[in-house]
Design a protein around this ligand. Structure first.
Ligand SMILES: [Zn+2]
Ligand SMILES: [Zn+2]
Length: 349
């Protein structure tokens, strides 16, 4: 059976539609068709669903976190790709522009195939997309299970790109990670810890404290109102995972010359920025875009040395996509919900 979930209208009033026995069309040149084993449910899926990113093209299959094996390839690709394990990046890349040639494929201006927004995403049995929109998962299922592999790029890849590739994190530096109980947060704690940083995690609820310490946080601050600077400060690097409600407070946690990576946009409200503070304190604010194949190769190498932990908040079936969105929208989950296209998959709440 070939399934796909369709988003047919913006917002939550119109339920997601599950289509069955979906026919597979011809595969365009340079594209691969992947039979997906798992699909992550990400907070961005809710943002996409509400049309808060201006590129949403309806109807569309949601989701940008998936893993599986190549089922068939289009013209121009090596047939030996069939069977290879691939997972999704956020989008494709041209492979020829200066940004692509320097390895910053997520800064490619030619890319137009954005999973779940401009192109069909991962809430499906099959996904057909340009080969450049995937990275090779060089570990097998025994070393990296499907649930973790599906979400690896959007969590550990995003954390790695912001902390290490773009953030230049060095051993001995102090790092603050806000929204630390989310997927990127738990990944960032582990990556920063392994790079020898001193890690402070910030959350809203005390119930996450012990689990985050177990993942490598040296200190966990609980700021129910998001005012993290009431509790800590002077950081070399801040990874801000929440958005407008926390960003201004997180910025005040930087030392002079410190840098802040902005990753969270849960609340898309715009924020006022104190330019005087930025100038006088010599601080850097940047957004990093999605992980690249190079970032993912580094993440896979680290995982191969010692496995990362990605908490799975629930396992569900594609049929339950609407329920998955409802659970995620409620907030407070510890880790990711992962869905399987296999209707016989065991589910766990
Ligand atoms: Zn995601
Ligand atoms: Zn390019």
């Amino acid at each position: 059976m070939s399934l796909r979930v369709r988003l047919v209208a913006k917002g939550f009033e119109v339920p997601l539609v599950v289509e069955q026995e979906v026919a597979q069309g011809a595969i365009p040149a340079g594209h691969v068709r992947v039979r997906l084993a798992a699909s992550g449910v990400c907070h961005r899926d809710l943002i996409d669903r509400q049309g808060r990113i201006p590129y949403l093209s309806l109807p569309v299959t949601p989701g940008h976190e998936g893993v599986g094996r190549v089922d068939a390839v289009g013209p121009g690709l090596d047939p030996s790709l069939v069977g290879q394990r691939l997972a999704t990046l956020h989008r494709d890349a041209c492979g020829e522009c200066p940004r692509c040639l320097e390895g910053n494929t997520s800064f490619c201006a030619q890319a137009a195939h954005v999973f779940g927004l401009t192109a069909d995403g991962t809430y499906a049995t099959f996904i057909t997309a340009p080969r450049s929109a995937f990275y090779a998962v060089t570990l097998d299922e025994a070393a990296l299970d499907d649930a973790t592999a599906a979400c690896l790029a959007c969590t550990f890849g995003t954390a790695y790109r912001n902390l290490v590739t773009r953030g230049g994190l060095k051993a001995g530096e102090s790092v603050l990670i806000t929204g630390a109980n989310g997927g990127v947060g738990v990944a960032a704690i582990q990556i920063a810890h392994r790079h020898g940083a001193r890690v402070t995690a910030a959350v809203r609820e005390t119930r996450h404290v012990e689990a985050l310490k177990a993942l490598g946080a040296d200190e966990v601050v609980v700021a129910p109102d998001g005012r993290v600077h009431d509790h800590c400060g002077g950081f070399d690097l801040v990874l801000e995972n929440v958005g407008a409600s926390v960003f201004p407070h997180a910025l005040r946690c930087l030392r002079l010359g410190g840098r802040l990576a902005s990753v969270g946009n849960i609340d898309p409200t715009r924020v006022p920025l104190n330019l005087g503070q930025l100038i006088v304190f010599g601080q850097t604010v940047f957004g990093a875009g999605g992980a690249t194949p190079d970032d993912m190769a580094a993440v896979l190498a680290l995982h191969g040395q010692r496995p990362f932990v990605l908490p799975i908040a629930g396992r569900m079936r594609l049929f339950q996509a609407e329920e998955a969105h409802r659970l995620l929208a409620q907030g407070g989950l510890f880790g990711r919900i992962v869905m399987s296209p296999d209707p016989d998959t065991e589910v766990s709440p």
